[in-house]
Write a protein that binds this ligand. Structure first.
Ligand code: NAD
Length: 314
């Protein structure tokens, strides 16, 4: 296995925003692009290569094939299809699951021994499908989970009180979707609990928290309405997770993970929880003390995901 070789499968908006961020951050040595539309992958690799003269490191970028996954450290799945007119959510889900199965089978046939990072939606469901279909141990399948939603939360709080996003420590947990929730009981600015921040600052009050949550939850709808898709935020979120793996960072991120019983919800789902990420993938889930309301929300999210999986025959 090479020390930092990443294969991106799906060179659409998300895949290429991720690839572009990787190049700009010099995060990887070798970058392979795969798409069902081979010409698109070739064109994208040419375009990226023309930026290398200005990139922070020497890199190898090319449009490849599934055999290139053999010695990859990370395979990142950003392939997907969108909803057809009149198509139900569950039919779309089944269609994306079929794509996911063929992608995973092709990757595994190469002799791949690395880690999968899944961004295609619905990400919790599809991460589970990748886990099941690959036969790999669950710590080697990471879903992007609520990493993006959490970045949105940090932006919302940071803007409200005019601090740096990196000083906001708070998570969105649960399904990457409508049932996600903010874990306010464990939210901090610097080392100060959010309730103390609210007590001490005029800029923010308890009523604002609900609006912040709504802004986070509805962000994707708001962006899609205006520009049809969201991709920069997720691209950078995926780079963050990638660097945690490639640099063996032991970094805590709210990714989609197979619940191993750390939380008192179904053990047979992938769901957004904070976990420690390093070169082995998901090292362990971080247990937070949730309040009763948050525990109910997490269970609700878990039940929704389990029911979708059951509808799909898992
Ligand atoms: P897009 O349509 O621009 O790109 C999808 C790409 O996948 C296309 O280039 C297509 O040719 C390719 N593709 C389709 N089937 C394939 C297959 N079988 N093998 C290889 N490539 C295949 O879509 P996008 O905007 O880039 O979104 C991609 C996925 O990312 C969607 O599922 C979207 O919902 C998801 N997404 C996730 C998050 C998140 O937070 N996890 C955020 C935004 C978007």
């Amino acid at each position: 296995m090479k020390s930092s070789k990443v294969v991106v499968i799906g060179t659409g908006f998300v895949g290429m925003s991720y690839a572009y961020s990787l190049v700009n951050q010099g995060a990887v040595e070798e970058l392979v692009l795969i798409d069902i539309d081979k010409e698109k992958a070739i064109g994208e690799s040419m375009d990226l290569n023309h930026g290398l003269a200005f990139a922070p490191r020497k890199m190898k970028i090319y449009a490849g094939d599934y055999k290139d996954c053999e010695d990859a450290t990370l395979v990142v799945i950003t392939a997907g299809v969108s909803q057809k007119d009149g198509e139900t959510r569950i039919d779309l889900l089944k269609r994306n699951a079929v794509i996911m199965k063929s992608v995973v089978n092709n990757v595994m046939k190469s002799g791949f021994e690395g880690i999968f990072l899944v961004a295609s939606n619905p990400v919790d469901i599809l991460s589970y499908v990748v886990w099941k279909e690959s036969g790999l141990p669950s710590h080697r399948i990471i879903g992007s989970g609520t990493t993006l939603d959490t970045a949105r939360l940090r932006f919302e709080i940071a803007s409200k009180i005019n601090v740096y996003e990196r000083n906001v420590h708070a998570y969105v947990l649960g399904e990457h979707g409508d049932s996600e929730f903010v874990c306010w009981s464990n939210a901090y600015v610097g080392v100060k609990p959010i309730r103390d921040v609210i007590e001490d600052m005029e800029e923010i009050n308890f009523e604002d928290l609900d609006q912040i949550y709504k802004n986070v939850k509805n962000a994707a709808y708001e962006i899609i309405q205006r520009k049809k898709a969201t991709y920069y935020g997720i691209g950078m979120s995926l780079v963050r997770i990638t660097k945690a793996v490639l640099n063996n960072e032991n970094r805590i991120l709210p990714i989609s993970v197979l619940n191993d019983g750390t939380y008192n919800i179904s053990k047979d789902i992938y769901i957004g929880l904070p976990a420690l990420i390093n070169k082995d993938g998901i090292h362990h889930i971080i247990k937070l003390k949730l309040d009763i309301d948050e525990q109910v929300k997490l269970s609700n999210s878990a039940n929704i995901l389990r029911n979708h999986l059951a509808d799909m025959g898992y």
